[in-house]
Design a protein around this ligand. Structure first.
Ligand SMILES: *Cc1c(COP(=O)(O)O)cnc(C)c1O
Length: 458
């Protein structure tokens, strides 16, 4: 293994250098992939030297998500201590289902979950688990809500027409999960949003009342803390009042911006969170841990158990259910996603995580200020969001983002809201500094100046 560790160090050094010298990897057109790299798997193996050369090319040609030119997704950058924890997790290769196999890592995961429960405001009855991503965390919430409303469904299958509610601006996983868990996409009601992209509670109430009238059984509202495009926060207090009056499970999808629970300054954005039923947060987004690290917590420990435990004598042979984490998981064998987040949290403290979160908001504010001060730009997003949406010189956002990518200038994406398409720059990389934000705008401006003729104005 020593040779592989040495090679790993060499490849890591190459990557760190490239992130500085070529922050956007030259893209490979998908049609050219086979001609550009030899990805083939063959009858016979290759030598160490050949493998090293191939892996170097892989490192070189991989899109650079940790560089200062990556604003494309709801994650980015690299928080070193979290990466360290994840590298160790790969070496230790624990599986999180039983205490016998995972040992103290069970304690690490339980500590992370219990501290999240405290920050959310869930009482001693709070519990949770780590799912393979925010989509799966949302699925777990849907399942718990479904089983709470319909005790028989897990054994008997679906017999009732059950409806759920989520805003038009919410993540697509809600509909997908409704399809997967037997609720059906047609039973997903999309609630209108206001101008700021937040769920309209008036419309929510109307939809629920209409469904009850028609004989449907409403069971869940999915609220979003940080919508995927605008980064908007639904009003949890207003939604919660409605949920309580109709006896509905309220899940808060905080995959993107649930990290605000760490921030004294921004936790008002999730006011009322302690009265909700479940909450999910992706530590691989705002909290900078490597993919994936999605935590779901609930106010209702019994329900978590009821929905996810299944006896298996060949697996659960020692210790109590509280320490056999497989009893509350979607999975059987499960990667250790807790260690990386715990390593970071242990090192930097809750205060350090607060700084990571606050930094993203201050970078976003800097970007918004730049946009509003420069007349060639138009702003489409709002305060208290780390998604900064804009158009430059009325250029088609789609064409601009594609041209920037194809020319290896910047990685940034576009989004839509209210029939407007705009560039969506995400300031989620807490390692960035003010000058990196200015450099982002400068590269757009000089790129457009040089390539104006090739880019269309919409
Ligand atoms: C990213 C995101 C998800 C999905 O999380 P994955 O980890 O990508 O599965 C769900 N909801 C929201 C609001 C998100 O931003």
């Amino acid at each position: 293994m020593q040779d592989e560790i040495a090679l790993f160090n060499e490849l890591s050094k190459l990557l760190l250098d490239l992130e500085k010298t070529q922050p956007v990897a030259k893209p490979i057109a998908s049609s050219q992939l086979q001609n550009t790299l030899d990805l083939s798997l063959n009858e016979n193996g290759i030598s160490n030297e050949e493998l090293k050369e191939i892996l170097k090319t892989v490192v070189k040609r991989t899109p650079k998500t940790a560089s200062k030119s990556f604003f494309n997704q709801l994650y980015g950058g690299r928080v070193n201590k979290a990466t360290l924890g994840d590298l160790l997790a790969v070496m230790l290769n624990s599986s999180m289902y039983t205490y016998k196999v995972a040992g103290l890592h069970v304690g690490i995961e339980k500590e992370v979950i219990s501290e999240i429960c405290k920050l959310v405001g869930y009482t001693s009855n709070g519990a949770g688990t780590i799912a393979p991503g925010g989509s799966m965390s949302n699925m777990m919430a849907l399942i718990m809500a479904r089983d709470t409303k319909n005790r028989d469904i897990a054994d008997e299958g679906q017999t009732l027409k059950m409806t759920l509610y989520t805003s038009e601006a919410s993540h697509y996983s809600v509909s997908k999960n409704a399809a997967l868990i037997g609720i059906g996409r047609n039973q997903v009601r999309l609630v209108k949003t206001n101008k700021g992209g937040e769920m309209s509670s008036e419309h929510l109430r109307e939809l629920i009342e209409e469904d009850i009238e028609k004989g449907y059984i409403p069971f869940l509202v999915n609220a979003t803390s940080g919508t995927t495009v605008l980064g908007a926060f639904d009003d949890l207090e207003a939604i919660n009042t409605i949920c309580k009056s109709f006896n509905l499970w309220l899940h808060v999808d905080g995959a993107y911006c649930g990290g605000v629970i760490f921030s004294t300054k921004y936790k008002h954005l999730v006011k009322g969170l302690e009265h909700t039923d479940s909450f999910s947060i992706n530590a691989h987004k705002m909290l900078g841990t490597p993919l994936s690290c999605s935590i779901i917590v609930t106010q209702n420990k019994t329900q978590l158990h009821h929905s996810f435990s299944n006896d298996a004598d060949y697996l659960y042979q020692t210790d109590t259910d509280d320490f056999n984490l497989g009893k509350t998981s979607l999975q059987c064998g499960r990667r250790n996603d807790a260690l990386k987040f715990w390593t970071l949290w242990k090192f930097t403290g809750t205060k350090g995580l607060e700084k990571i979160v606050d930094k993203q908001f201050s970078l976003a504010k800097l970007a918004r200020d730049y946009i509003t001060k420069h007349k060639d730009y138009e702003l489409y997003s709002f305060d208290d969001s780390i998604s900064v949406c804009f158009k430059y010189k009325n250029i088609s956002a789609r064409d601009l983002c594609t041209a920037l990518y194809e020319n290896a200038e910047l990685m940034v994406g576009y989004g839509n809201f209210n029939n407007q398409e705009f560039v969506r720059m995400v300031t989620i990389n807490s390692q960035l500094e003010e000058e990196d934000i200015f450099a982002f705008f400068t590269s757009i401006e000089s790129f457009v100046a040089q390539n104006m003729l090739k880019i269309s104005v919409s």
